[in-house]
Ligand binder design. Structure first.
Ligand code: FES
Ligand SMILES: [Fe+2]
Length: 369
């Protein structure tokens, strides 16, 4: 039943210590990438809301062990560079924007959005001989009202849009940031953990799935299954949606996931839009992660269009809260371990294999453990 559990998980500590516990009696399987806090994948990371950096402003942020400066130039172009000034290492986030460049506060060296040193205003005779000085620059994108930075100088894929909306203009409602009880790969895996529908959500749908694996760090699951009629939840779902449920999960670079619920759904025989949630993840230093949650719809115009989007957002909140409140009970103090994957975990195992193939970013720094 939907309300069978008391939601207590939010009162439990999120300290990440389970990684260090029971290591002798219950050894931990360490993966190359999956659930590994020592590495960071090449992917898009949500840095801040668009409004946090206005025209002619700069600010630096930390992602894993990397500090990156974002600045918005006079022509309103966003740029992302390594944050420490190549001269003596001042944080360029304390600098000021001059035209299309960022000027370091300390000795006023100026860098363009490509990271190249453009001029040294107070030592102009050095301009020529120092024109090879360069900071790394990173792809940056504004989408869903947020600024996203790619953790490598070239992006292998564009920022994710939910399944079916790839070619559409989209709008999003930002639901907020949540601190997870686990590494974000564990949260992502939950979307394709097919056993837990029966055990956690009381909905024993036997999903079949296929996976499109792209060679740009993105992959997509398409899952379809018969809705059972052996309990109230199943019968209600069948009454509303028909016999089958379909959903799609898209993963990008090990840092972003979108789930489209109710793909091809019909209510009383009429097609209805899918409900799309997107999670953009950020690792913390303690092996746990934070996640920013967005509800995404096709961009609609006019009063009726906006009203329709608002209704879809409200429905998505309801769905997400219901699923999350059931899922969240599993995670406190979990030390996700993959010693005994069984046949029913095939989908989960495939996810771990694919995440383990992700390219790594230098932003995890040098492992000093
Ligand atoms: S430290 Fe940046 S100009 Fe000197
Ligand atoms: Fe779930």
């Amino acid at each position: 039943m939907i309300f069978r559990r008391k939601i207590k998980a939010k009162h439990r500590p999120k300290d990440g210590l389970s990684r260090t516990e029971n290591l002798i009696s219950q050894p931990h399987t360490k993966h190359r990438v999956f659930n590994n806090p020592d590495v960071l994948t090449r992917g898009w990371y949500p840095v801040c809301a668009s409004g946090e950096i206005l025209k002619n402003e700069a600010k630096s942020f930390r992602i894993a062990k990397q500090r990156v400066v974002l600045f918005r130039s006079e022509s309103n172009t966003l740029k992302a560079l390594d944050a420490f000034c190549p001269h003596l290492g001042a944080d360029l986030g304390n600098g000021r924007v001059v035209g299309e460049n960022i000027q370091c506060y300390f000795h006023q060296w100026e860098f363009g959005g490509d990271g190249c040193l453009k001029k040294i205003p107070c030592q102009p005779e050095l301009n020529e001989s120092f024109n090879k000085v360069k900071n790394l620059s990173y792809p940056v994108k504004e989408l869903y009202g947020h600024i996203w930075v790619y953790s490598h100088p070239e992006a292998a894929h564009s920022m994710l849009k939910p399944s079916g909306l790839e070619q559409s203009d989209v709008s999003a409602y930002y639901f907020g940031e949540v601190e997870l009880f686990a590494h974000h790969h564990v949260m992502m895996a939950n979307g394709v953990d097919l056993q837990h529908f029966a055990t956690v959500h009381d909905l024993d749908i036997k999903f079949d799935f296929d996976i499109d694996e792209n060679n740009d760090g993105t992959f997509i699951w398409r899952l379809k299954g018969k809705i059972p009629d052996d309990n109230f939840k199943g019968r209600l779902a069948r009454f509303l949606l028909g016999d089958e449920a379909e959903y799609h999960v898209k993963f990008g670079g090990g840092s972003v996931v979108t789930i489209s619920y109710g793909v091809n759904a019909k209510i009383f025989g009429k097609p209805v839009p899918t409900l799309n949630v997107l999670w953009g993840c950020l690792p913390n230093d303690n092996g746990l992660s934070r996640v920013r949650i967005f509800f995404v719809t096709k961009k609609r115009y006019g009063l009726i269009g906006r009203l329709k989007s608002a209704v879809l957002h409200v429905l998505t909140v309801g769905l997400l809260v219901m699923l999350r409140d059931e899922d969240i009970e599993a995670f406190p103090n979990m030390r996700f371990n993959t010693h005994r994957l069984i046949k029913a975990d095939t989908s989960l195992g495939r996810f771990i294999q694919l995440i383990d193939k992700c390219e790594l970013s230098d932003w995890a720094g040098i492992n000093d453990s």
